[in-house]
Design a protein around this ligand. Structure first.
Ligand code: RNT
Ligand code: ZN
Length: 417
């Protein structure tokens, strides 16, 4: 694409937005400061690098076996750097515990220490990347249906120990990078069928969380993620959205909103202003549920747009951490990262370009049709020219031209795996 054309289109867009009181230069600056946390697990279908790794479990599933998945830590790092080179801006990397550098050793989850993440810390530093972290309670012989809510003390204790150790690792990452590492806690605990022990399981989960969060960890932040159900655990989820919202509000954790974790007609976007008066910060897991929590690649759909618009409208940009959480094994995985990340950025860009103040005043003045008119008009404003300019300024391919870069990477790298 010709650079002059992009610049000309941007110049026109800048004028058009200036007419409605929006400063695109300021918005471009805001977009530059909008950092996604790229999830490492799209690169290998959530397998990780444990020597003793078994089958995937815990109610989640990655479907498809598109060739070229990362098979080891070096391939995964190379894939992440390639994806990052095609996404404008600077972004964090979100690791799961099972992605440690175990160096051929069997390290059980209750034995993990920061030593196995030292090479990640160094890699991140060399590549100017900040790290986030997750405890991993799935895909393990002790995962079963219940982990932190297990009435068997030995199993519950095992997962409490794992999660405590993960917090130590996250804190060490935070210290090393001079920026708090955000650690997400999600467990699949639930029941496949009717059960009479819901209260028992929830009290056990609360007890486990109390034990886990007892230790103060100044360089990490804890976030907790609920969901509706997992595969094979359809009837009951111990860590539901209500459970974690109440826990986070009472105890000061961050709440994770995964866009695939609600009932199909429930709006994740609507949670933002509902919980922010009580919860200081949110973590997002931006994904795309198709009929269930399928974790399809994020696109610019209405739910994603609504979510980012609600954050901007709530003035909460700096109270939210922007994690991605999709894993599609049926398409090129680098392509998945690039499409999903760019879609999230475009939604954020459109949210930032909205003439909020004007629309807000009209709404307060009771000018209903004008509010609707302006919101409708925004959809056809030249936001795309602003995004192209953003790519150009960040030296990444503009528009669809990232496709040929991925083709090249396939030819040179992933097709040889
Ligand atoms: C599962 C949760 C969880 C996982 C990752 C791998 O439903 O969304 O966040 O996807 O931790
Ligand atoms: Zn999630």
């Amino acid at each position: 694409m010709k650079t002059e054309l992009i610049s000309q289109a941007y110049a026109v867009a800048k004028e058009r937005y200036a007419e409605i009181g929006v400063d695109t230069e300021k918005v471009l600056e805001q977009l530059q400061n909008f950092h996604l946390s790229l999830h490492c697990w799209q690169a290998d279908d959530v397998k990780g690098f444990e020597v003793q790794a078994g089958a995937m479990s815990g109610g989640i599933q990655s479907t498809g076996d598109f060739p070229g998945a990362a098979r080891n830590i070096d391939e995964l790092r190379q894939d992440i750097l390639t994806a990052k080179s095609l996404i404008p801006g600077s972004h964090r990397l979100n690791l799961h515990e099972i992605y440690g550098d175990f160096q051929g050793k069997v390290v059980d989850r209750d034995e993990v220490t920061v030593e196995y993440f030292q090479s990640w810390i160094e890699w991140a530093k060399e590549n100017n990347t900040l790290l986030d972290f997750n405890s991993s309670s799935f895909s393990h012989p002790k995962s079963g249906n219940l982990t932190l809510a297990n009435p068997d003390d030995a199993i519950r204790g095992f997962w409490v120990e794992h999660t405590k150790r993960c917090r130590d690792i996250a804190n060490a990452m935070g210290e090393a990078q001079g920026d708090p590492c955000i650690m997400n806690l999600w467990v699949h605990d639930g029941c496949k069928d009717v059960s009479v022990n819901h209260a028992l399981y929830r009290n056990l989960l609360k007890q486990s969380l109390d034990e886990i969060f007892e230790k103060k960890q100044p360089m990490m932040k804890d976030c907790i993620e609920g969901k509706v159900f997992g595969i094979g655990l359809e009837s009951f989820t111990v860590g539901s959205h209500d459970f974690y919202t109440a826990y986070a509000a009472k105890n000061g954790q961050l709440l994770t909103i995964d866009t695939g974790h609600y009932h199909p007609t429930e709006s994740p976007a609507d949670k933002v202003s509902a919980v922010l008066p009580f919860i200081d910060e949110l973590m997002l897991h931006v994904s795309r549920p198709v009929r269930w929590d399928s974790d399809h690649v994020t696109i610019m759909d209405d739910p994603t747009q609504d979510l980012f618009s609600e954050i901007v409208r709530a003035g909460a940009l700096d109270r939210v951490h922007y994690g991605l959480d999709f894993f599609d094994g049926s398409i090129n995985r680098i392509g998945a990262y690039v499409i999903g990340s760019r879609a999230a950025q475009k939604c954020m860009l459109r949210a930032l370009l909205e003439p909020r103040e004007t629309i807000s005043q009209l709404e307060l003045a009771g000018e209903g049709y004008k509010v609707l008119a302006l919101i409708e008009e925004q959809k056809a404003m030249p936001w795309q020219a602003v995004y192209d300019e953003f790519c150009l300024r960040n030296n990444v391919p503009v528009g669809q031209s990232f496709i040929q870069e991925i083709d090249k990477y396939v030819a040179e790298v992933t097709s040889k795996r």
